[in-house]
Design a protein around this ligand. Structure first.
Ligand SMILES: Cc1cc2nc3c(=O)[nH]c(=O)nc-3n(C[C@H](O)[C@H](O)[C@H](O)COP(=O)(O)OP(=O)(O)OC[C@H]3O[C@@H](n4cnc5c(N)ncnc54)[C@H](O)[C@@H]3O)c2cc1C
Length: 439
């Protein structure tokens, strides 16, 4: 039965959900609202793992991902002079556990583009309101997918038959289903469960992270580097086969002051905080990385945490991706969580043909095992990524040297089971997608 659906947020899972809905039933009318004036392309390398791979393949998008995938050769642990003490390679054998560099590393902007374009290609209508937030009233109820930029939601009220949504432009519209795909700080989540409860569902890992790019220099090769600068700071450099170099700064701290300076703050304030924290950090930081930090136009920073919501649905409102199940960047599972959520929600909607509340309850229950697996943190993480004292850093260098020089790391990866508990991709023939094939 065709539904009128509102999706809040045009990141990864918003466009993915729209595409899945549209492929299942071209009669669905899907509106995606995004608070920014356009699709946001910032962000660096993200990875597609576990069930995310067959879902992209079933959507016919895996070849596109392969075309833009970053070719990275693993990661090296270095000291302040750039000297390597250990190198962890890539597991491209197709079996066993994935290492730091996954089989499908992709720039976030490229993945967002692939999903956005797929959703537009599937649609009868084009993006409306781009830039000024003004909808084209002719399109609003028609079958197809439409985007409205520069607009958000201020209120929602639901009854048994639908959800009345009020937008920042003062208009109110009614939908059969509302999907909150609005990221880790989700306003939808806070509107569903109340400000305090919705906020408390975000469990901090006490790590703050910044991403930006700098000019590629001759020494920047396809091997990523990690350097521990002490006081909980680590610096990643990643270039792969790109014409630019990515810098990731991570700091582990329970400081309330630093949290206040970073969480949901304007970019310039976040930038100043990272500059203060990383000045004098050594290696390439005090030269080109600090300059890049000040000058980059793609700087993006946030706090790391996981969303632990007992339920990600309420009546006719559902949460997807980071909004309901954020796993955090350090699990490498953010994109995959987004995709498995969209796939399961679309599958249950198709299965329960028109019974939205029942479909949402089934989604909530059936996606849970995948989220639990995805949110599992590797032993020692995040502390191991943000070592504080110089003796801990020296010990870590020694252990990593020992493990890699005896090739014990390769044995661990080989013996480790298939990623994420071997949970199979749920079967939803109702989605009418291409069958899974071996890639
Ligand atoms: C700009 C940006 C850069 C990122 N960079 C990285 C990275 O380098 N590495 C990494 O691991 N993860 C990064 N992430 C997070 C990563 O995209 C997610 O963890 C994951 O892919 C899940 O995607 P999502 O669609 O749930 O959320 P997101 O990708 O966060 O998308 C949420 C979308 O909702 C929009 N939105 C938020 N609030 C509202 C609102 N009230 N109304 C309307 N729209 C709203 C946001 O603008 C955004 O477009 C980044 C996220 C963003 C937004």
């Amino acid at each position: 039965m065709p539904l009128k659906v509102l999706i809040i947020g045009a990141g990864i899972c918003g466009p993915a959900m729209a595409t899945l809905l549209r492929r299942t039933d071209p009669g669905h009318s899907v509106t995606i609202v995004e608070r920014y004036p356009e699709i946001r392309h910032n962000g660096l390398q993200i990875d597609l793992r576990a069930w995310g791979i067959p879902i992209m393949q079933r959507l016919g998008l895996l070849e596109k991902v392969k075309q833009v995938a970053v070719k990275e050769n693993g990661i090296a642990l270095i000291n302040s002079k750039g000297k390597m003490s250990a190198v962890l390679g890539v597991n491209d054998s197709g079996s066993g556990a994935q290492s730091f560099t996954s089989e499908y590393e992709v720039m976030r902007g490229d993945l967002v583009n692939i999903l956005y374009e797929a959703s537009m290609k599937d649609s009868d209508v084009s993006a409306t309101g781009k830039g000024d937030g003004a909808p084209n009233p002719r399109d609003e109820d028609a079958p197809g997918i439409r985007y409205r930029f520069n607009i958000s939601v201020t209120g929602m009220a639901q009854d048994e038959k639908g959800v009345d949504v009020t937008f920042t432009d003062g208009t109110t519209r009614r939908y059969d289903l509302v999907v909150g795909a609005d990221g880790q700080w989700s306003k939808t989540r806070r509107m569903m469960f109340g400000e305090e409860i919705g906020n408390d569902m975000f469990k901090r890992l006490h790590v703050h992270i910044a991403y930006y790019t700098v000019k590629r220099e001759p020494g920047d090769d396809d091997l990523a580097r990690i350097y521990y600068a002490g006081n909980g700071r680590s610096i990643f450099r990643r270039t792969g086969d790109r014409p630019f170099t990515q810098v990731v700064l991570m700091v582990g701290t329970t400081s309330e002051e630093i949290k206040r300076e970073i969480e949901r703050q304007p970019v310039e304030r976040q930038r100043a905080t990272f500059e203060r924290l990383f000045t004098g950090a050594g290696w390439e930081m005090d030269g080109r990385f600090l300059k890049g930090l000040r000058e980059s136009t793609d700087f993006y920073a946030d706090s790391l945490g996981q969303v632990k919501a007992p339920h990600a649905v309420k009546g006719r409102i559902a949460l997807l991706g980071d909004a309901g199940h954020c796993a955090s960047a350090i699990t490498g599972m953010g994109t995959t969580v987004s995709l498995i959520g969209a796939y399961t929600l679309a599958g249950e909607l198709a299965r329960h043909n028109g019974d939205v509340p029942l479909a949402l309850q089934a989604y909530d229950a059936n996606v849970k095992p995948y989220i639990t697996e995805s949110q599992k943190l590797m032993f020692g993480v995040p502390g191991i990524l943000t070592l504080k004292s110089s003796w801990a850093i020296a010990l870590f260098h020694f252990i990593m040297w020992l493990i890699t020089s005896t090739k014990f790391d390769k044995l661990i990866v080989k013996l480790a089971g298939e990623d994420k508990g071997g949970l199979p991709l749920p079967s939803y023939p109702e989605l009418k997608l291409a069958p899974v094939t071996q890639s």
